[in-house]
Design a protein around this ligand. Structure first.
Ligand SMILES: [Zn+2]
Length: 470
């Protein structure tokens, strides 16, 4: 039997498609996430939720397959955000009381509208979040796939502040207590263990920062369970001690000083990875002026109701300009940019993270794109920023067999862009379609039809969690 070549010119593809259906995207430019040069006039063939092939030339379309003309479009893998938060934001408030299944789901859908296919939520879950994380990873609920550190480790009366919704945090006072708490957390299978080692812009005393004997116990016990450890940090001196103690992931930039070659060499030898969260530093002071992206409707769409009015008010600008930490925050960003470039050039694994969702001013969805723009500002090429935002995130989360690039056998998780992101990195925001597991799930940042294309499933009760992680 001979299949005929069916050319359907400019087919407008609007309806939902089942993941089982074969879909062929023709005449598109593929940016595959590996960092290799863009490939033009390509066909991307998707079947059973996975990529069957990425090829050039004449395509034989099997009967029943759907062909979508992608002339002038760019396809890149879905973004992976390795440092974010969900559930605690509602309106202009940040609180553990806001953390409900409905709120978490809504925010996973918001991430997805911006092409974010997976997030690592860094240790600010409430108990209901365990089942949500498991259901999300199993593909039973819509939106970005949620990975999580579940309950992070902090310090009593200090980091992370309870006033920022960080109410369900382990705060050990002795190494023995830290070990017991890691042992309690481990059966829930956190994707990483998260801890905070910082004075929060000097707002806590040095003796309120997590002590080395505590984080050493956390790292050792987490490693005994086969779990990697990520740290919120800020200072170069803490970074030195943490790497010495066996830290696996720096979850923020080092921002008080330029990183030294000795630490870079030790990070390299110990395979420590680095998540710069540059947009966090930008958002800390950006609203004092009127940045050009402020009026972008896509930025507004990434905020909770009321936040746009808050950050554009004269009172808020005044608060930033008078805040004693603003000068430090302004100095932090250039240092972070410098350190990123240095670590990238040294071959350290860099993954994209944003801290989006930790406070209302860190926009969920828009931040990930801002993050790529800031990487380019640091001196990376748009292609390097895109690789960091996709493949490197999959490497960090150890899900690179399934995700992160557009290659045969991987999940069909990708975004369709109207404009070339290699010409201008801001074009990663020109998203007209988002696909997940071989089904179209969103029309982009301004999409009203959140979660479209797939039916929503139940949330697993937490007791099923263990069964999902044999
Ligand atoms: Zn965070």
């Amino acid at each position: 039997m001979r299949f005929s070549f069916i050319a359907i010119a400019a087919l407008t593809f609007l309806g939902p498609v089942s993941a089982q259906q074969t879909v062929i995207f023709t005449n598109t430019t593929i940016i595959d996430g590996t960092g290799r040069a863009p490939q033009t006039h390509m066909a991307l063939i998707v079947k059973d939720g996975h990529i069957l092939n990425v090829t050039r030339g004449k395509i034989v379309v099997p009967p029943g397959a759907i062909q979508v003309d992608m002339t002038g479009k760019y396809i890149m893998p879905s973004i992976i955000d390795c440092h974010s938060h969900v559930g605690n934001l509602k309106g202009t408030t940040t609180s553990g009381d806001n953390y409900t299944p409905a709120n978490v789901r809504q925010q996973l859908l918001r991430f997805q509208n911006f092409g974010v296919g997976a997030i690592l939520s860094m240790g600010t879950e409430q108990p209901v979040g365990v089942g949500l994380r498991d259901s999300s990873k199993a593909g039973w609920i819509n939106g970005a796939t949620m990975y999580s550190a579940i309950y992070g480790f902090g310090v009593k009366g200090a980091m992370p502040p309870e006033s920022m919704g960080m109410t369900h945090i382990y705060r050990p006072e002795t190494p023995e207590e830290a070990i017991r708490m890691v042992d309690e957390l481990a059966p829930l299978h956190p994707d990483v263990v998260k801890m905070w080692v910082d004075d929060f812009y000097g707002q806590f005393r040095k003796d309120q920062v997590m002590k080395p004997e505590i984080y050493k116990a956390i790292i050792k016990e987490a490693h005994a369970h086969g779990i990697r450890v990520a740290a919120h940090l800020y200072h170069l001196s803490d970074a030195h001690e943490l790497v010495e103690a066996g830290l696996d992931i720096m979850a923020h930039s080092i921002r008080d000083a330029e990183i030294d070659d000795a630490l870079i060499a030790e990070m390299k030898a110990k395979h420590v990875s680095y998540i710069p969260t540059l947009s966090l530093d930008e958002f800390a002071f950006a609203y004092e002026d009127d940045p050009e992206w402020l009026k972008d409707p896509r930025f507004k769409a990434s905020l909770e109701p009321g936040v746009y009015e808050m950050i554009t008010s004269a009172a808020y600008k005044d608060k930033i300009s008078k805040s004693p930490v603003t000068p430090q925050e302004k100095a932090a960003l250039p240092t972070a940019l410098k350190n990123l470039l240095k670590l990238y050039r040294a071959g350290i694994l860099i993954a994209l993270g944003t801290d989006a969702g930790a406070s209302p001013i860190r926009a969920q969805g828009f931040s990930e794109h801002m993050e790529m723009q800031l990487m380019v500002k640091a001196g990376l090429t748009p292609m390097e920023a895109i690789r960091i935002a996709t493949y490197n995130g999959a490497l960090l989360l150890q899900i690179d067999k399934e995700r992160g690039t557009l290659e045969p056998g991987k999940k069909a998780d990708f975004l369709v862009l109207d404009k070339d992101p290699l010409q201008d990195i801001r074009n990663t925001l020109s998203i007209s379609q988002v696909w997940k597991d071989g089904a179209k799930v969103s029309d982009g940042p301004l999409s009203p039809n959140l979660g479209y294309g797939r039916s929503d499933g139940p949330v697993t009760p937490p007791f099923i969690a263990a069964a999902l992680h044999p």
